[in-house]
Design a protein around this ligand. Structure first.
Ligand SMILES: [Zn+2]
Length: 142
């Protein structure tokens, strides 16, 4: 859960009036760069609450992209993702070829934050039209 906190020494009961910065503490999902993050909102409690809500909402919709990681290129992320899987060699080879032939030409150079669900659906449709087997299309669970 994202939490809206203060890092000052004031007792939590006095946070609403103490004047120190509101901080949203949240976790990113999976991946090597995952972990606890914080974003500082100054005295803007409303902004902090809204951000915390958005993080949770986006995570549930599995569209959460950490703002700092949204600048990662899709191609780099895909290689990292693949390197982190524990897969049979044949499966790795299959994923690599699907990446190389279909996915990287479409998205490899794009920033993660600019790849939309719609783009992925379009790509999957094109892959199906090219006769790629369903097992190759539906296996990855991101
Ligand atoms: Zn304080």
């Amino acid at each position: 859960m994202a939490s809206v906190i203060k890092r000052c020494d004031c007792p939590p009961g006095s946070w609403s009036s103490c004047g120190h910065s509101w901080v949203v503490r949240y976790r990113t999902d999976g991946g090597r760069g995952s972990g606890q993050r914080e974003r500082i909102f100054g005295r803007n409690k409303r902004g902090a609450d809204d951000f915390a809500l958005k993080v949770e909402h986006d995570k549930r919709g599995t569209v959460f992209v950490d703002p700092a990681e949204g600048k990662t290129r899709f191609g780099e992320y895909a290689q990292l993702w693949l390197a982190q899987r524990v897969l049979a060699e044949g499966t790795v080879a299959t994923y690599e070829s699907v990446l190389r032939i279909h996915i990287l030409p479409a998205f490899g150079g794009k920033h993660l934050a600019t790849v939309w669900r719609r783009d992925i659906k379009d790509l999957l449709t094109r892959m199906r039209h090219r006769g790629l087997g369903a097992s190759r299309i539906t296996r990855p669970t991101w």
